[in-house]
Design a protein around this ligand. Sequence first.
Ligand code: G1P
Length: 271
Amino acid sequence: MIKQAIIPLAGLGTRLLPLTSVFPKELLPINGKPGIEYILDECIEAGVEEIIFIISKKKEMIRRYFNNDTFYKLIIKKKKDPRIIKEYKKILFFKKKIKFVYQNKPMGTGDAVLKTKKFIKNNYFLMLLPDDLIIKKNCSKEMIKIHKKFKGSVMASMKVEKNNVDRWGIYAIAKNLDKLNFKIADVIEKPNTKDAPSNNAIIGRYILPKKIFHYLKNQKKGKGNEIHITDAIRRMILDQNLFIGHKFKGNYLDCGSMNGYINSGIEISKL
Ligand code: G1P
């Protein structure tokens, strides 16, 4: 059962400066709604009951966004505006499901995952990276089905341009499980074009096993001097753990870069 999700939110968002100089990128509106709410909607619709936010002191604003009861109560008492009441109810609904943990030094996604160790109850959990929006089809929901069928870890994936592989975790296929799912033979974090085993990239949705904490505890720093989840996954694959690349059906939107962020608003407004 996948009942818990984790969302790393401690990243600095430098690709979106100056918008992120004082404001967390995950609260920036995309077609009138903070980006993080799309991610929350996706995992709640997929059956997740608890969501762990990994934030930093610099991103306290995210915590305040979901914990602003006194403010809402006062406004609602004064105005009794049905729209505000509805919005507050939504915020309360999210708030009940969210826990916060801290990663004050941005040491990489692997380090962020490790911070959630003591909260994870079941053998598998979901991780969503908030820069990656997937629209038109609930990717997390599909991945949970794949996980149940094949009893392994699953990562969302898509093909990327060959000259752009150094932006992604790239994997090699061991064999096809079916049309959309592949057993992964190896994975490399942001390889050069010449070292890339393919152009199959990992996108920010992962069903990870609890066992990964054991690998993360002694994971050495990799690319950019950060602790990467990809490097821990690689060691798990070498130890014969099943990791599946799932070619998702929805449309991918990169809201972590300026052009992608602008485009995300346009694409979502067309839905
Ligand atoms: C992270 C992962 C990378 C993955 C990407 C998906 O990179 O390290 O393997 O392909 O997310 O968005 P980041 O976007 O944090 O640089």
